[in-house]
Unconditional design. Structure first.
Lengths: 349, 349, 349, 349
């Protein structure tokens, strides 16, 4: 058995960082060398930050100092947008590969980043180097990258669902995406009244309808598939649960296809994908079935009145939508079996 | 003060029946004379069926016998589809007005009913008599009716949202409706594994995508507004909460309208509506804010990438979506103030 | 019909204040003259603070100025502990009666207050004047008071449950109280990670076991009933719901009593109480059945192995446990029917 | 590496069976040879019965036939009480070891079983052979057994919490146990109105207060520790979540012990236990932290008013409270590392 790979995690006390550590602790080829916080923060044991890891780790989350990274081959960044861009440059200069879970390297053009995230990009030269880390679309580039931009959670659910039809131009570029996400997508540091238990319990609401930062990200990735800029409409909603995204996607077929033909296309593209499951006829995605896993469940239906094609796509925003996908990229990056450490079952009921 | 109106409720042990009784007990002009079950069922106190009414009523829910209806002026039917059609005919023959909360009288054409609900219609002659009980669209007909077909919960949320634009033909007839409903919409007698607490807790899923019985109901009501048959796509979803529907509706403007112009149209149509609120700019509907009330909250946004118009509409499926709307119709029917008994506040948090 | 009573509410943007306004708006003899915030805070419409009141009020919540209280007969205080003691004194000097929902006037002895709430009491002379506002124990004193100390939510659930047995010394003074509360008990301004939706969803935990500020309050009120200081053990827990308390109380009978005898005692004491219901044999309190109401549901059982008496008591921490009880006191204070404005049904499902 | 152990599971479509399969699939030394249903039931793929296992198994759950068990060394029974007693006898006669998750072999005396479970015991001779499968109390007997009676979920949470103090007779035998459980404890086949999502959402209630079948089980196991029959009072409650039990236990110390002394006792007994964690001072058990894991979290506090000792104990009713504990017994039975396959982390948030 070959040697374990030394990795570091920067920013491990939030929800994405906690999920990443949960999975990495379980990864047979990973040795977590350092778990770091920004230098302005205090030390904290991982057990304290993440009570579900009690008894599974004695790692301390300590303020970042350069020598913590000695021997580290890959670093995962779970830091805020705008912070990752500086750290990544420094790490790459030290020869450390970077899997960035922020939005800092997702756009090819610094102008787009600056317009969407409303801050200047201080490492624009790295955008060309960065690979958009969606294995189902960019497996080979990921394997050869040194900087991975892990995609947004909503885009992953939508891109996987649309790619087989979009890249064959079997659907028109007018797409409606109605997504619903568990509240963990808002993170752990959003101490606002609107995220209190009492406010969300029994509630359901949209947020940022028609104006979310993931829309331009989806447009960027769909454009080469459609070979034109799609006209994408996107509304996210908050489900009063912790984890899971369901995206309901509406589009129109350019030519008459039977359900079997559509099914075969997905089968062709995803039959060998380890984490994408086209559900059998009659079964629909449930977010509970994928919570805590790296799987994306897909199904589709034709509206019997309008003929619109309805595609349903479910994943866990913290796992396949963030930390799990990041480890999938890491596995590719390091030449490991892509599934390694990622076949943990979810929890039901 | 004039005399109270004697009413009966048939089928009061389910969720819609319970909500109806809760509101009627509070109605200053109503005297509930009889609460009935189908004759095959046993007597049950309302307190036992509905523990939240403990101490508020001593009514018994007893098996239906014709003489229970002596002196009754209006009867509300909360019985299964297919059962209401027979009871209604018998009641009307006795000169009793009927507000039917089932689907039996919602369609103008018996053929449509039979296709959608997969059973023959045994009182087709009443379909012409029945008025579709949506006050915001049919206030005058309701006031003069003897048989009210209370609409489906999803259609109410959608019709109120679309009417101002549809009837002025300011939007195209291609409409996507993505609705999310609390679980009480499934009723109380659905004793299936899929409706157990453990199955729905932490879950979110679509059901019957593109193939729900409310689609033809919406098409029927939208057709005269659009003056053509709209191409409606509809997907309902289950939110793991008890009460409340949020419909997210996507459509395209036929001509460029500013947000203020759109806002003014809604204001024109709904400024005097007692139960429809267009929320102020920047505020979005929350199902929690309307749970337990007869209000429908509306807002809209333009997608900044695609220009699609996104309309959001929230109501409580058991109140404005069922029992509350039925009482609103009843008030109109009896010449009462439309708001009577319906201004109960909801509960937050 | 006599004239409406002018009341003010100070502190209306939190959960207790919101519940109070919800109920007062519905009270047929109340005119809310002013809704005030502390002078350091900004104006806010009640609709904005409490979206469930949309369309039911146009009141503004404005920073406190003395002339806002012109003509006001009664003021409700929903301000933090330590703030109420100063405002109350000033109001009483102006001849305005005060119903205080904070803890500032619940203790008879300033030393106890200071030990429990860890701050000096600046109006100790008012403690003698204040009446502990639990109608079921102190109805006459409340009717003649000018300053009402509205009790804590847990104590109300426990005192009502124990009083019939304690005051007849039928149970021993060793009492175990295991209470469970919805999260709204923590208030709306507790912006801590532990109260985020994501942290509490799917969780259940105790807090402050054996060390809660409501224990000495219960001991104070139980001592005259037991005619000795009870040995009370109290553990509160957080239920992942918004509203409702269930207290499970364990005690020992001093003499053998049959279930019927116990039942009769409760019936004797509470048969005429408008808001206390001893449930019929075989029925157990459910917090959902009392959520949003001013009712307290009680039942009891004997453990068949240990003979311990188990009393179950359920109420809504914001209603009978706070705002509803305060209005019940207000009704007594003003010589109104005690039930006025308080017979709103709850919501099920 | 030695050969994998062939095991069968009978009754795999319920929640306990699903949890067992989830864990066994992940066990490095287990080969699931057969997944069986009662012979009256139909075949079903495990993926269909348990959507969270999609993509992780192709096993079919088929009607039981004797030859399915060829080569099987150990069989897990997840069948109803009263059914296990017959199957177990037949399996043991074939030389197959049995881990029974029903209640059929938990009592030493057939009379107690018959009184508590209200049915005759048809294999009373096996009761002497059966070992009560709580490793923390009976590790050695389990290792040498052929028939394991996996304990009830509530008893596990209580016995682990009390054993260190009870067996040293440091506490008196008057014990109050107030337990709260997620709804999965009710199983998947309880198709009753009371277990519908809509009924339990937002609710909290006790059930069977003072009269639960787990009380005599706890008494049986505590009696040898206390060396007398304890006077146990037990009330279970339903938490509106899926998984997890919190038991709040009240008892009295026989002699004055400091918190450190108590802590040391637990440390002595459980310092080396792989699945029991005494939480550090200031930390309290949260069911969410142990959901999906085989861990039991313990903490304690003294009531500062009554000196009562309050012990808090949390575990997942399906894992350490059922399937996980069963696999822990299996590991002991087969001479494997007790932790094997059981160190899966839980999910937070």
């Amino acid at each position: 058995m070959s040697e374990r790979i030394k990795v570091a995690v920067i920013g491990a006390t939030g929800y994405t960082g906690g999920e990443l550590v949960r999975l990495l602790l379980h990864h047979p080829m990973v040795d977590i060398t350092a778990v770091l916080r920004l230098s302005s923060e205090e030390s904290l044991s991982l057990e304290q930050a993440h009570p579900h890891l009690t008894g599974l780790t004695s790692l301390q989350c300590v303020p970042y100092q350069p020598d913590h990274l000695k021997g580290v081959q890959v670093t995962f960044l779970c830091v805020p947008n705008g912070v990752a861009m500086d750290i990544a440059r420094s790490l790459l200069e030290q020869g450390i590969k970077v899997v960035d879970l922020s939005a800092d390297f997702r756009f090819h053009e610094p102008e787009v980043y600056e317009r969407v995230y409303r801050q200047p990009h201080r490492s624009p030269e790295l955008l060309r180097k960065a690979v958009y880390g969606l294995p189902e679309l960019h497996r080979n580039e990921i394997a050869n990258a040194s900087l991975i931009a892990n995609p947004g959670c909503y885009p992953i659910s939508v891109l996987i669902a649309l790619a087989p039809l979009a890249k064959r131009r079997l659907i028109g570029p007018d797409i409606i995406v109605d997504s619903k996400s568990g509240v963990s997508g808002a993170g752990r540091s959003r101490l606002e009244v609107g995220y209190l238990f009492t406010e969300l319990f029994g509630d359901f609401r949209a947020y940022n309808p028609g104006n979310h930062r993931h829309t331009p990200e989806m447009i960027q990735e769909l454009t080469p598939l459609f070979q034109q800029t799609p006209k994408l409409t996107f509304t996210p909603h908050l489900i009063p649960i912790s984890r899971g995204i369901l995206s309901t996607i509406y589009c129109h077929l350019n030519e008459p296809l039977t359900e079997d033909e559509i099914r075969n296309l997905y089968q062709t593209d995803y039959g060998d994908e380890p984490f994408v499951h086209l559900l059998p006829p009659g079964q629909l995605p449930r977010v509970k079935a994928i919570a805590g896993t790296n799987f994306c469940h897909i199904s589709f239906a034709r509206d019997r009145f309008s003929e619109t094609l309805i595609i349903l796509s479910a994943l866990d925003n913290l796992t396949k939508g963030a930390a799990g996908n990041a480890i999938q990229c890491f596995n590719l990056l390091m030449g490991l079996d892509e599934r390694m450490g990622l076949l943990l079952p979810g929890l039901m009921p």
